[in-house]
Design a protein. Structure first.
Length: 346
């Protein structure tokens, strides 16, 4: 067996392997590499484990750079998890060893693996980031899904429509409305927004495996919006937002129901609500649908050959920056946000 870099003409072979692997996420698809390179200019280095011309494992990596702070290999930036997909632990270990060799070469300072399971046989520094994915098993069809929900939740789903809200599900034709909602919500949260180009490239790269959902107020104004990505039997929502002025109408309930019913009607067996901190508001929102937590493990291998947990940045400086950002005009944050967000790998 040899570990090598994926060739430029092997995109379909990569995606075929990812589509068939039970642990794969949409972020493992070659589309993520295409979007990262096109929107933000960071190079994807995708490794394959090959045996007699057959792919038996993959490890997607992105060469991520910070101004004045060096470079590291990340699997994968801008999402909950990437990591190794392989036929067995021996092949996974070979892929990890290959990535470690790359990361020890200048100018790299570290290798960061974000995965769904602890790296087998490796000394880790604490077991993750105190974050979980919230995952729901789906029945076959939206009608079965609705009938299996508690009466209170069914009422909460139907109330926005009784109040005059309505949903649209589509593609690039809804991008402008999605981005308007998303950019304003990110400003209100104190967080730099992704560039619109990033989402254009996501839609382009994922094609029919991506969809935009928008919820409209009775007056026809976008009130909530999100993006759904699919791979194999898994559907996930990495980005969803709603406007605070419509919070009393609860558009998020209708937004997530739109995505859930679409996924159930189109062959998805699991629905990933995305990353949350246990006990916080977004975790409780996802939990009410019946989603169960699955821990995430983000581990960093440094040049000193120690594994350490890579917890999210915090502290007073972050809270201060968020407070300042929330006070800036939307036009300012929409201009500055993408320039900053490019260098935030979360």
């Amino acid at each position: 067996m040899r570990i090598r870099r994926l060739g430029s003409d092997e995109k379909q072979a990569w995606d075929d392997y990812v589509a068939a692997h039970p642990q794969a996420l949409p972020y493992h698809r070659h589309a993520w590499k295409d979007a990262v390179e096109a929107a933000y200019g960071f190079e994807g280095i995708y490794l394959v484990a090959e045996e007699q011309g057959r792919i038996d494992g993959v490890l997607p990596l992105v060469l991520f750079s910070w101004p004045l702070l060096g470079q590291r290999l990340i699997s994968l930036p801008y999402c909950d998890a990437g990591g190794i997909l392989a036929e067995n632990e021996s092949i996974a270990a070979r892929l990890l060893a290959g990535a470690r060799i790359l990361a020890q070469r200048p100018p790299f300072s570290a290798l960061e693996i974000r995965c769904r399971h602890p790296l087998s046989g490796q000394e880790t520094g604490g077991g993750g980031i105190n974050k979980v994915r919230m995952v729901l098993d789906l029945p076959q069809g939206g009608d079965k899904l609705m009938s299996g929900l508690k009466a209170k939740l069914r009422s909460q789903i139907k109330k926005p429509e009784r109040d005059g809200l309505y949903a649209r599900l589509g593609g690039g034709e809804l991008l402008a409305e999605f981005y308007a909602v998303f950019a304003e919500n990110m400003r209100d949260l104190g967080s730099p927004v992704h560039s619109r180009l990033w989402f254009e490239e996501i839609l382009k790269a994922f094609g029919q495996q991506a969809a935009i959902g928008v919820i409209y107020s009775p007056e026809g104004r976008p009130a909530a919006a999100g993006i759904l990505l699919r791979n194999g039997k898994l559907a996930c929502v990495p980005w969803a937002s709603s406007l605070r002025c419509f919070k009393h109408l609860n558009p998020n309930m209708l937004l997530y129901w739109t995505f859930l019913s679409f996924a159930a009607d189109n062959g998805s067996e699991k629905f990933d609500f995305g990353r949350s901190t246990q006990g916080e508001g977004s975790w409780r929102f996802k939990k009410q649908w019946g989603a169960e937590p699955e821990p995430l493990y983000w581990e960093t291998f440094s040049a000193e050959k120690r594994w350490a947990s890579n917890a999210a940045a915090g502290g007073k400086s972050r809270r201060w920056a968020e407070a300042v950002w929330r006070r800036l005009p939307l036009e300012t944050t929409s201009y500055l946000g993408p320039k900053v967000r490019r260098f935030i790998s979360l």
